[in-house]
Design a protein around this ligand. Sequence first.
Ligand code: GTR
Length: 340
Amino acid sequence: MTQTPSLNRRRVLQAGAAGLAGMSLGACGQAGSRPLLSSDTHPSDYPTVQAVRHMGEVLREQTDGRLDIRIYAGGQLGSERDTLEITSFGGLDMNRVNLAPLNSIEPMTVIPSLPFLFSSTEHMRQSLDGAPGDVILNSLVPHNLVGLCFYDSGERSFYNTRQAIRTPDDMRGMKIRVQNSDLYVAMIRALGADATPMPLGEVYQSLVQGVIDGAENNWPSYESGRHFEAAPYYSLTRHVMAPEILVMSLSRWRKLSEADQELVVNAAKSSVPFMRELWDARVAGARERLMEAGIQANEVDNLSDFQGLMEPVWENFIVTPEQEELVNQIQSIGSELGGA
Ligand code: GTR
């Protein structure tokens, strides 16, 4: 299933509004209540979608069906950037996105997206489960969003249609698709390649048509979008470990009683370990299936050239004292773990 990038905002809103109207007619069996509508760019079986579905089950059980979630998976409602905008003005209740499309909205979300920040999955998980994660979740309120929880997104690496990447020189001049984030654009440029921001749903076609030479993502997305068919060279740079985030529109949040807000947050938190289990299995499975399908994966022995080129990117994107403080906190968690 692909996103529908041609849907303009009006059509997206109409789609959302039609859904809202349909479901407000007592679909939950209670006057005036309706499921929380949630968007995801991934297909129905992807771990992020399954996690939000799990959260809905928990809520349904705890409230006898009074609180529930209806998920629009597969990018039905549009790109992450478009649906985020809709969520922030209340046209959608919830949205599961990567941190990248939030980078231009809230500077604190840039931090976990910084290249080579996390030294391990454990480092990333501990940081997001702890105080740094809370700071980021809370930073979204001025943007009319409530951050509910983070989900894993693994390590992002480069893949392309031409050749294995072992040094930044190997990707010089390549057109690399990135998410809609200035940080990602800067990162690709610093590596000597051309950055092409576009929604996920357009990547497969663009690879096939040669509009782009490559992209970067984790194993599950590389597999699920079938990008590997057109771009069989997967080079393990593991340059970004930015998480996914589940957000709720502030206006919907404010309509919930305090008790219901607590139920929603707890249900979201309870979906995190559930998701991590699914995620770890999905990464291993995707990797195995892709190797069997014949992709050319290579380790990158010397990452220091890549890391060195990221220094000015860090400097340009860490601009406030609050951001700097967050980087320090995350790095000291890494040091305690013995990694950073
Ligand atoms: C995936 C992520 C999506 C989206 C996608 C992309 O890893 O789960 O939310 O950000 O990458 O590259 O657009």
